[in-house]
Design a binder for this molecule. Structure first.
Ligand SMILES: C[S@@+](CC[C@H](N)C(=O)[O-])C[C@H]1O[C@@H](n2cnc3c(N)ncnc32)[C@H](O)[C@@H]1O
Length: 328
């Protein structure tokens, strides 16, 4: 079932349906509220943060942290510097980001909400690790910090919160619109355990990644003689996103040589979608081991984009936020 949220006010001409639906799902999860820090991974120009801010701009207690490794032209976050909300852009690879060390997050320790629009391949896994493995107020191995008797707050401590110094608020949830599974990498993949438990390893993962591109470009790889039937021509192109056929032409040719040539276009697309589902299944499993209840939602019609899966997650037990619970 597709849950598109096109009834939401964000579905104006300017705010594309993709954005409208992501915001609608954030709202449904109770995440689109003030008193939060939204961390947008792979932010590009920062349009998702822009629309989150548009929705919540009457509220001062709002932080938006945009994470993007490329230097980006035509950023939209610069427009909001004089509003009540705090915008900050970090030009960093997600794999090198430790949220506990970000001063903005240390100050108020607002609860975190992870967001992303068309977060390519491995960037999704890096974002999940970053959110769930670098946001804790303290590591389980560390003893709880002793409280000072003094009523004076320590440097970096918000008197309203109980945890001083380095660290962030808890992770309240996330909504990540996925894409480009062919760009996933085993070394970053959060679902390694999920694969290994099923007797699958890096080689199989690599094959799933390569075949996943059939979901979005099965036409071009398998049926070069009928490009006019390619409906993706009309679809939303993502910023900084190259279609799998361009980035993966050699792989595609290789797979075409190895696999039955009799697969029809729709069969290839189906296999591609199953491969994506398998990869996302590992992410769902990872989130479960971290105490989160997650869903994979088709959030827009395929006519809008074939990359139409949204990974959402909220703590399974809201009071315990990030406890390492729920073993399989
Ligand atoms: C398909 S684009 C989407 C951009 C934007 N969110 C949008 O929807 O228009 C993916 C973005 O993620 C960024 N990205 C990919 N991997 C990243 C990483 N490891 N660390 C930081 N940014 C990354 C890319 O530079 C690119 O801007």
């Amino acid at each position: 079932m597709v849950t598109t949220h096109l009834d939401k006010p964000y579905s104006s001409e300017e705010a594309e349906p993709v954005m409208a639906s992501i915001l609608g799902h954030l709202e449904d999860l109770g995440l689109l509220q003030r008193g939060r820090c939204f961390v947008e991974f792979g932010a590009g120009r920062g349009k998702l943060s822009h629309w989150i801010h548009e929705d919540l701009k009457t509220h001062e207690d709002l932080q938006l942290l945009l994470v993007e490794r490329s230097s980006t032209r035509f950023k939209v976050d610069g427009k909001h510097q004089d509003t009540g909300a705090e915008f900050e852009r970090l030009q960093v690879d997600i794999q090198h980001l430790d949220l506990r060390k970000v001063p903005l997050l240390q100050q108020k320790k607002l609860p975190l909400v992870g967001v992303g629009k068309h977060l390519c391949g491995a960037a999704t896994d890096l974002a999940l690790r970053c959110l769930l493995e670098t946001s804790k107020v303290r590591e389980e191995t560390e003893p709880a910090p002793k409280r000072l008797r003094s009523s004076e707050p320590r440097p970096g401590e918000d008197p309203e919160t109980s945890e001083p110094g380095p660290g962030t608020g808890p992770v309240l949830g996330m909504a990540l619109a996925l894409c480009c599974h062919h760009r996933c990498e085993w070394r970053h993949y959060v679902g390694q355990q999920f694969f290994l438990q099923r007797g699958l390893g890096p080689a199989e993962f690599s094959a799933f990644c390569r075949m996943s591109s059939w979901a979005t470009c099965g036409f071009r790889l398998s049926n070069q003689d009928c490009p006019s039937q390619d409906p993706t021509n009309q679809r939303v192109e993502h910023e900084g996103h190259k279609p799998a056929a361009e980035t993966d032409a050699v792989t595609g040719a290789c797979l075409s040589a190895c696999l039955p040539v009799c697969l029809s276009v729709s069969e290839r697309q189906h296999v591609g979608r199953l491969c994506k589902l398998m990869i996302d299944g590992g992410r769902h499993h990872f989130l479960k081991t971290k105490g989160f209840s997650s869903k994979l939602i088709r959030y827009v019609e395929p006519q809008v984009t074939l990359e139409n899966i949204l990974l959402t997650a909220v703590p399974s037990c809201p009071s315990s936020f990030q406890e390492e619970s729920h073993p399989e």
